[in-house]
Design a protein around this ligand. Structure first.
Ligand SMILES: [Zn+2]
Length: 294
């Protein structure tokens, strides 16, 4: 099944939910970055949240980036998404792994990310300056950190659930997430109902692993409400790097610098952080760049 996300709204229009299945895109990220189980979970949760947050943006060309900078051994997690359902991302130390937590057997993402640090959200909406919001990390588990970001930076009460189930062979067995947002007209009774429901539900990766679709997960989580699906879109891991972009980036260097690369290395190999793709330029390619600049 292809990954996709849905948005749903209740009949009063005050409770909205975004639910995403992301098993394939997280597996794609794992293969590209050869991540450890814990790194897969951390990067996968971030990519899932980014896909959902990107789908909330208004204009076609808007993009959103998340930077999770904790004090744990994974280093930074950087993810970017657009309104076409494309996300990409990487983690500084994809090889770091740690034991599962003793109490619940889950991968210890909080320890790997670190509980002290910042979540920074950058939204490029085609304006002169991008919107930048940030908040302190709460647990390093990512879902709580994003909920806290919404509460503190955007004054938007939200419940966030993100999950990645890693198989014994390290492949991604199931991944997904949801964000519930309460709009200003929501009544107290409904908030209580939602809190009760959230305290009883299973981890989202369990629902996905059991074969539930995003629509069915919405029905399960918000079964007390009359929910309606108002949008659906496919999502995937996709990087927009290309040979042309690399050439453009190198063209912006001074000719002396390009000549230096030619003299010292013969050619250039540029590795894309986001997808690990290697872009190779030969000596002739680099010489052509210098010539073309005239
Ligand atoms: Zn790339």
């Amino acid at each position: 099944m292809k990954d996709y996300l849905i948005r749903g709204i209740d009949e009063t229009g005050n409770i909205r939910i975004f639910v995403a299945s992301t098993t394939n895109l997280v597996e794609e990220a794992r293969i590209k970055h050869n991540t450890s189980a814990t790194a897969t979970a951390a990067l996968g949760r971030s990519l899932t949240a980014t896909a959902i947050m990107a789908s909330m943006m208004k204009n076609k060309e808007d993009t959103i980036s998340l930077k999770i900078q904790g004090d744990g051994p994974l280093g930074r997690i950087i993810t970017t998404g657009n309104t076409y359902g494309e996300v990409k991302g990487y983690v500084d130390n994809p090889n770091y792994d740690t034991e599962a937590r003793e109490d619940d057997g889950k991968l210890d993402v909080g320890k790997a990310v670190g509980r002290n640090g910042m979540l920074t959200v950058t939204m490029d909406q085609g304006l002169k300056d991008p919107y930048i919001g940030s908040s302190n990390l709460v647990t390093g588990e990512i879902a709580e950190d994003i909920a806290s970001y919404y509460a503190r930076s955007e004054q938007q009460p939200s419940a966030v659930s993100l999950g990645v189930l890693v198989d014994k062979d390290l492949s991604v067995k199931a991944a997904g997430g949801f964000i519930i947002q309460l709009l200003p007209g929501v009544v107290e009774e409904d908030i209580v109902l939602i809190e009760e429901a959230l305290s009883k539900i299973k981890p989202i990766s369990t629902y996905i692993d059991n074969g539930l679709t995003p629509e069915e997960i919405m029905g399960e989580v918000l079964k007390d409400f009359n929910m309606r699906v108002i949008g659906k879109e496919y999502i995937k891991f996709e990087c927009d790097c290309s040979r042309e972009r690399v050439i453009k980036a190198i063209s912006s260097l001074a000719n002396e610098e390009i000549q230096e690369i030619i003299d010292e290395d013969g050619g250039a190999e540029i590795v894309c952080h986001f997808c690990n793709e290697k872009h190779k330029l030969s000596k002739e390619d680099l010489e052509k760049i210098i010539v073309d600049k005239f």
